[in-house]
Design a protein around this ligand. Structure first.
Ligand SMILES: Cc1ncc(COP(=O)(O)O)c(C=O)c1O
Length: 397
């Protein structure tokens, strides 16, 4: 059988892997290596495929200054979740006009602060939040987040954000009365969304809301189609090109050729596949003599940045050095349960999904965890069990 491990080169070119390996030979593990060239490539690809959409990069996905600067230079706008992200961007010289305050959960004093710094675009989904915006950010544009079913998403965002159309309808009317501009609608179909049909449902809901509110004299101008575009993990997805084609078709079916302003807030699809985590095997163990599976303990786990392995939602491509040997085949492999190094028993990465890796793996072997450029370094804990936060190295190759 063909070497499953050899699949590393489905994700990285020979040259890219040579660079990763070079760092692996120099740096202490674990570390995350980010390739800025890939981030820029993903941004360009998105712009080519959705030329009419204004990009607001979701800073939370990878807030590293170098990443933000590269995207800023490309012309990106930014979706910030907190005043901390906002301050970070302001310090980098990014104008407030290039930001939206996309979190629907905000303290009143943070809204006031954002307004004082020049932010004029806010997301909301509740009366409480709307009234705070009205009090502290008079005259601003607001967009209303519709609740979305995240079925089909590897990392669902359902329930916590958004509200049903009847609530949104009332909010849009109230916003105008409170001195705000009811500007548009937003939704998020769930991160790493595999079912492009989810955008169809959400866009149809937007059409319905545009029409209902127009009857009340409120003419919305914008649709924010959120994040959700995929990156390359173990299970393949359609290409960005295919997603974009379908999303464009849905928009045109509902809104015709004269589209409203369209905003997109990509996070994962921009930054995930720019990153490789280089880790090291700490220990291999067998829990009983009959056990079919060995436990493989790495020097990175849930608390070191791989929190998206909760419920095994995100399945990272994981490889060893053998991945580079074409003759390496399934006879040389066995299945492992993979866990992290901390003293917390929930620090298991994959127990249901078994990863096939070299059968003679040993302490100190390097492990390459791919597609880890999004939602990793910013999630890594500060000194839990004394482990330092995930080290990040930024380069271009
Ligand atoms: C409001 C908002 N926009 C955009 C994103 C980015 O989504 P994704 O990483 O799926 O592209 C998120 C992710 O949590 C979000 O909460």
């Amino acid at each position: 059988m063909k070497n499953e491990q050899y699949g590393l080169f489905k994700f990285l070119s020979q040259e890219e892997f040579a660079k990763v390996r070079k760092f692996a030979g120099q740096e202490k593990t674990p570390f995350l290596l980010i390739n800025l060239n890939r981030i820029e490539k993903r941004y360009d690809e998105l712009r080519e495929n959705l030329p009419y959409a204004k990009v607001y990069y979701a800073v939370k996905a990878n807030p590293n200054n170098e990443v933000i600067k590269a995207l800023f230079a490309k012309g990106s706008n930014f979706d910030v979740a907190t005043v901390y992200e906002m301050n970070q961007l302001l310090e980098l010289g990014i104008a407030p006009e290039r930001m939206s305050y996309g979190n629907t959960i905000k303290k009143e004093r943070d809204i006031a602060y954002a307004y004082s710094k020049g932010i004029r675009l806010f997301a909301t989904d509740s009366e409480d939040d709307l009234k705070k915006i009205a009090r502290q950010a008079s005259g601003s544009k607001v967009f209303f987040r519709l609740l979305c079913d995240s079925g089909g998403a590897d990392w669902p965002l359902s329930r916590k954000f958004g509200a049903h159309p009847d609530v949104i309808y009332n909010l849009a009317i109230m916003a105008e009365k409170l001195g705000l501009e009811s500007y548009g609608l937003s939704f998020h179909v769930g991160s790493q969304q595999r079912d492009v049909g989810q955008w169809d449902n959400a866009i149809a809901q937007c059409r319905y809301m545009f029409d209902s509110l127009a009857e009340k004299g409120i003419y919305l101008k914008m649709i924010n189609i959120g994040g959700g575009l995929p990156s390359d993990y173990v299970q393949p997805t359609n290409t960005i090109n295919e997603y974009a084609r379908e999303i464009t078709r849905f928009l045109k079916e509902d809104f015709g050729e004269n589209l409203p302003e369209v905003i997109i807030e990509p996070g994962r699809s921009i930054s995930a596949d720019s990153g490789v985590i280089v880790s090291e095997v700490v220990m291999v163990s067998q829990k009983s003599r009959q056990n079919r599976y060995s436990w493989l303990y790495l020097d990175i786990g849930k608390f070191g940045g791989l929190i998206e392995t909760i419920d095994e939602c995100i399945k990272y491509p994981i490889f060893t050095e053998s991945s580079t040997r074409p003759d390496f085949n399934s006879n040389d492999m066995r299945e492992y349960i993979i866990a992290g190094p901390t003293c917390d028993s929930m620090d298991i990465l994959y127990e249901n999904k078994k990863y096939k890796l070299d059968k003679d793996i040993k302490d100190g072997d390097k492990i390459y965890i791919l597609t880890t450029g999004a939602y990793t370094s910013s999630y890594s804990s500060i000194y839990f069990n004394g482990f330092p936060p995930l080290k990040v190295i930024i380069d271009r190759f």
